[in-house]
Design a protein around this ligand. Structure first.
Ligand SMILES: [Zn+2]
Length: 103
């Protein structure tokens, strides 16, 4: 899985991002090629978190409630939540936050 820098359009694997910074729900990454910082748009970051919650809550409810007729709907709900989270992470639009460090 590679992430493309929105500024220089080069793709990098997750290991190549040496510098990352968390601000709220956003995780900013520094491009190893051009030095700009970028992240998912805020809407996509929130969608990613909503998808993770949609994965986690039905899964925990399924574990807590035990066997029964609710198992398949809760399993489908957690699968959909996981798909939403993964889709937001893989296909979400990236935006440039800062062009370069000013150190
Ligand atoms: Zn770049």
């Amino acid at each position: 899985m590679k992430t493309t820098c929105p500024h220089c359009k080069r793709a990098f694997s997750a290991r190549q991002f040496i510098q990352t910074h968390r601000s709220g729900v956003n995780v900013e990454r520094k491009c190893p090629n051009c030095g700009c910082w970028f992240r998912l748009t805020s809407q996509m970051a929130w969608l990613h978190i909503a998808g993770l919650l949609g994965l986690l809550i039905p899964s925990l409810a399924n574990l807590a409630l035990g066997p029964g007729p609710h198992q398949i709907p809760l399993a489908l709900a957690s699968f959909l939540g996981g798909c939403v989270a993964l889709g937001a992470m893989l296909y979400g639009k990236m935006v440039v936050v800062r062009r370069r460090d000013n150190h």
